[in-house]
Design a protein around this ligand. Structure first.
Ligand SMILES: C[S@@+](CC[C@H](N)C(=O)[O-])C[C@H]1O[C@@H](n2cnc3c(N)ncnc32)[C@H](O)[C@@H]1O
Length: 271
């Protein structure tokens, strides 16, 4: 089967147009394998028939996404995004709040899975505030939400077998060894609060400087994606930042009060 064949292109375009899923982010071999698994599971001999099936049974999209992304998370997933948060975004949010005389930061990791994402954010904020000095005077709250109670239970434990950090970071600053695992330090755990929340069906949490919603929107139909993005805009303060997953284009963003900070990294500013 030719990966770059016309039917494959049609399939890719269909997923992009209807769900905003940018499959070009994935390595061709990986894509071929994962889509192949779904095609075999559904008895589709080629891309054409799989596309037909997706059109008739949109719920198949969720199985495909499960196969492509579900529960895939790690510390500092997409390093270049977190490097940008570290270099520019977090320092500028801290400056903004200081200028307003409010030593308070509220952040939301929506669809946080097993917690690596909000803890990564917490590490960056801790580092930035340590550099600033006066860390004790700051009140930082990272709300981390997910639909999946099992994932949240693991996240609350804060115990991981594998930890990957950014250059120049020290594991001992943020974790203690617990047997074969790494336990998130108390200072970090205190910054993050885990809650069950359905981003597609519940009203959003409120008053944020930064929202991360990465590799979650791809699950939803475009109207739902649009509604979620609108709700994020409502609860982000002006100048606040929104970070989506690298495979998620804001396709349906016309008219939303967002401007790109770095389009390639899917980092946007609330205007
Ligand atoms: C692929 S993981 C992404 C984890 C993390 N954001 C990242 O990018 O590494 C997708 C997560 O979205 C969660 N999720 C799916 N539908 C959701 C919903 N309606 N509300 C909240 N979370 C949802 C899943 O449970 C899963 O943990």
């Amino acid at each position: 089967m030719e990966l770059q064949g016309a039917d494959f292109e049609l399939l890719v375009r269909y997923l992009h147009k209807t769900r905003g899923l940018d499959l070009n982010q994935y390595k061709p071999n990986y894509l071929r394998r994962r889509i192949g698994v779904r095609m075999r599971a559904r008895g589709c001999p080629d891309y054409h028939s799989y596309l037909h099936l997706l059109r008739l049974q949109p719920e198949e999209f969720n199985h495909l996404i499960d196969d492509l992304t579900i529960n895939v998370t790690e510390f500092f997933r997409d390093e270049d995004v977190f490097e940008e948060l570290r270099r520019a975004v977090i320092p500028s949010l801290i400056r903004d709040r200081k200028d307003m005389g409010i030593l308070n930061l509220r952040m939301w990791s929506a669809g946080c899975a097993t917690g690596e994402e909000p803890y990564s954010l917490a590490m960056l904020v801790r580092e930035a505030l340590t550099r600033e000095g006066g860390q004790e005077s700051w009140n930082v709250r990272i709300l981390a939400t997910d639909l999946d109670e099992g994932a949240l239970a693991k996240a609350r434990k804060g115990r991981y077998e594998d930890v990957k950090l950014l250059d120049g970071m020290s594991c001992e600053d943020h974790f203690v060894r617990a047997g074969d695992c790494y336990q998130v330090r108390e200072e970090l755990a205190r910054m993050v609060k885990f809650l069950r929340h359905d981003v597609a069906n519940q009203p959003p949490l409120r008053h944020f400087d930064l929202i991360l919603c990465r590799n979650v929107l791809i699950y939803f139909e475009k109207e739902r994606q649009r509604k979620i993005l609108e709700s994020f805009c409502e609860v982000l303060r002006k100048g606040g930042m929104l970070v989506l997953g690298k495979s998620e284009a804001i396709l349906f963003g016309e008219g939303l009060p967002l401007e790109p900070h770095q389009r390639r990294l899917r980092i946007y500013r609330r205007v």
